[in-house]
Ligand binder design. Structure first.
Ligand code: 5GP
Ligand code: MN
Length: 339
């Protein structure tokens, strides 16, 4: 990790700090935000976490959740005032300001000292201090290393350790993806030593389904999975009516795309969801197949090689049609990863 002296100096005296993270925060986004918030509170700072949107209920157990300001829940003016009063803004788990929607311009215009900690590719240059490590499995892994690097390992308590553990667990797909490095295991071993109850965190996140969500999963798996064997590709396309039918809530489609990827012989999996204001999509791939290239080139998105996302303003049908049209161009790459 780079020289942390500027941050040591920055955090040496009490500051007004805003922590923010990406649209529809996942466990790494919220876990890093609340992990850092709880740590900085202990150091005597005033800290507010502002998220651009809401996030799944299965993350609400994290300490500090009740104080999170959700920007688009009627908190636009309040958020603006908090950002204007801040001395420091810490941007976690995203690499470009368009990932935080309208909050992005407010952050860009702020005079506060900006810190960006992230593991996504192609970081935008908006921060005064940036920790960008695309080799890291999770932003929570980087936050753990930062706190240790600042000499504050002893301040990591059970709550902080569990926030950070959650993000590493989910961004490695439960310690299964190729990003599950030796360092990941070392960091989570440390977090467990510092009090994280790993099985409690896993239960809170993975075994916390509503009946609606589980029935929705059953419906999608039996009725909606499309397999294109020739292209080693499988996808789901979910209409807004189907979401409504199962009372779908934020987070209910999370992880769905992985079921398509779990099929034998599948290299590329996609989930298209009609969110009414836009079609949102998730891509997952195995090996060297660049899911992020498909997301960036054709669907206004981006991400990691094996996990990416994007959005369009076309209809669900048009979006799926576009996806099918580009597959022949990728046939060679898909075939390469097939075996
Ligand atoms: P998910 O499928 O879980 O929503 O997203 C997987 C990964 O794709 C995220 O970690 C993020 O890196 C990336 N991603 C998802 N949606 C977008 C998007 O709209 N734009 C960009 N640049 N990346 C995205
Ligand atoms: Mn992440």
């Amino acid at each position: 990790m780079q020289d942390l002296k500027p941050l040591k100096a920055l955090f040496g005296a009490p500051k007004n700090i805003v922590i923010t993270t990406h649209h529809k925060p996942d466990a790494d986004a919220l876990g890093s935000s609340l992990g850092m918030a709880n740590y900085l509170l202990k150091k005597g700072h005033h800290v507010t976490v502002i998220t651009p949107t809401d996030y799944p209920e299965f993350l609400h157990w994290m300490k500090g959740n009740d104080g999170v300001v959700i920007f688009n829940n009627g908190n636009e003016d309040k958020s603006k005032r908090i950002v204007e009063k801040s001395d420091v803004i810490i941007a976690l788990d995203f690499s470009s300001l368009n990932r935080i929607n309208e909050l992005g311009e407010i952050v860009r215009e702020s005079k506060a000292y900006k810190v960006n900690i992230d593991h996504h590719l192609d970081p935008e240059d908006f921060a005064d201090f940036q920790i960008s490590n695309t080799q890291a499995a999770a932003t929570c892994e980087l936050c753990y290393e930062l706190i240790v690097g600042l000499g504050d390992r002893n301040l990591i308590d059970q709550d902080i350790a569990e926030c950070l553990y959650a993000g590493i667990m989910t961004d490695t797909g439960g310690f299964r993806h190729p990003n599950t490095s030796r360092n990941v295991h070392e960091v989570v071993a440390n977090l467990i030593e510092l009090g994280a109850n790993n099985s409690k965190v896993a239960k809170n996140i993975y075994d916390n389904n509503s009946l609606d969500r589980l029935k929705f999963l059953g419906f999608v798996l039996s009725e909606k999975l499309v397999v294109m064997k020739e292209y080693s590709t499988a996808y789901f396309a979910i209409t807004s009516e189907e979401l409504d039918r199962y009372n779908s809530k934020t987070g209910d489609t999370e992880g769905l795309v992985n079921y398509a990827l779990s099929l034998q012989g599948i290299v590329l999996a996609a989930l298209f969801t009609d969110r009414k204001e836009a079609i949102k999509m998730s891509f997952r791939s195995i090996g060297q197949f660049p899911a992020n290239e498909i997301a960036a080139k054709f669907f206004n998105g981006g991400g990691h090689r094996n996990a990416a996302g994007g959005r369009t303003e076309w209809s669900l049908g048009q979006t799926v049609q576009k996806f099918k049209e580009i597959l022949p161009d990728y046939k060679e790459l898909l075939d390469k990863e097939k075996n």
